[in-house]
Design a protein. Sequence first.
Lengths: 223, 216
Amino acid sequence: MSTLAPQVVPIFATPFGVVRLPQAQTLNSSLAELFEARATQEHRPASGTPRGRLFLSRDDLLTWREEPVRQAVREVVSGVTSVVASISELSGEELAALAVEARAWFTIVRPDGCVPATSYPNTSWLAVYCVTAPEPSEQRIDSSVLRLYEARLETSFQDPAHPRSRVPYRRGHCTWRPVPGEMAVFPAALMHEIALVRAEGALILLTAAVRFAGGSGSWMPPW
Amino acid sequence: MVKSALSLQPVFAVPLGAARLDSCELLNRELEALFLAREDDEHRNSRPSHIPQRETFESRFNLFRWPETCVQELRKFVLDTVVATVLQATRLLPADLARLALHNHTWFHITRHAGSFVSHNHPMASWSAVYCVRAGESVPEEPASGLLRLFDPRGGAGAYRDPANASLHPVFAPAPLEFRLSEGQIIVFPSYLFHEVTPFYGHDRRVTVATNCWFT
């Protein structure tokens, strides 16, 4: 029996962008030094719980005056905009007419530390830029990866063909290994984590929550 | 201004069963000693569904077929609790349930310092349960150490937040549910729920038994 080849397309797809920021990459050593120096109580959020293996800063990097931070944040926001432009039906002019709102913070994860699963309200995009990363380990392949959680509950039924489905139809979490100079961009409502760091050295990230405002009829809640 | 009485109720609710095995100290010590004695390649799950971690030992899924008295005593308590949860959560009557065959995959975990288990759910099962044999050392400076975290299935429900939905009563709030299990405690939940064990930072060990159940 012969059949026509079916047309199969992904629906309900989640955008995930990877952007390389060569200019920011040249700043990584300055950023790392600055962030390490400021991983102190003074720069922790008021509600932040001190944890020995994890430091999350306040989300005020856009107010920092140091040029490496200002430049890195500019490039991160620009990278997010390029991802949005690549999937949007807005023209370049229409997108440029929107105001970009952002908050950014830094994260230091030390060996045996992780960033617990989280997502962010009232924002569209999350950008995770890697400043420094421990060497990958063949023995611990998920060490320090960004893990984006599978959220589809229909996964509770599966038949023998499901586990062998191809990307983008494969079920399960998606992972991205942070590489210095690279940035992952994805919807901020997506539950995600940084898996346990199972190697020597610190994982240092600059994370930005980004949204667009100012279109006709749009209203934005405060952060 | 609303004048008539308002009816407010949780909808789309997730059933969660909780129970505790009384006088479980001796049983748990026997179970722990047995598990430690069998923490080897012969009893290790040889086909793990997730990336194995050396800090967490996962046994094969045939635990409740072991003949040891302590295992069979635990089997009765765990499966009885699952059945009690099913009876409360469904319209099935005891006689209906008695006609069904209850199948299970059951295993133990031994988690040591910095061990965890990634978020997952359990396909092809209806009910899952976790029983705590040994809670492990609590670590005050790591308050999230060794938690069983059930993720809220209302994915994205918290994406928009303003003052009128930011402080919902717990029963309505879209947020994960966390348990620091204590010895003898069992939690039963639908197998579709994603859940994880957060990194355990105690310097001893955390020992649990987990089961997935399905009925035919």
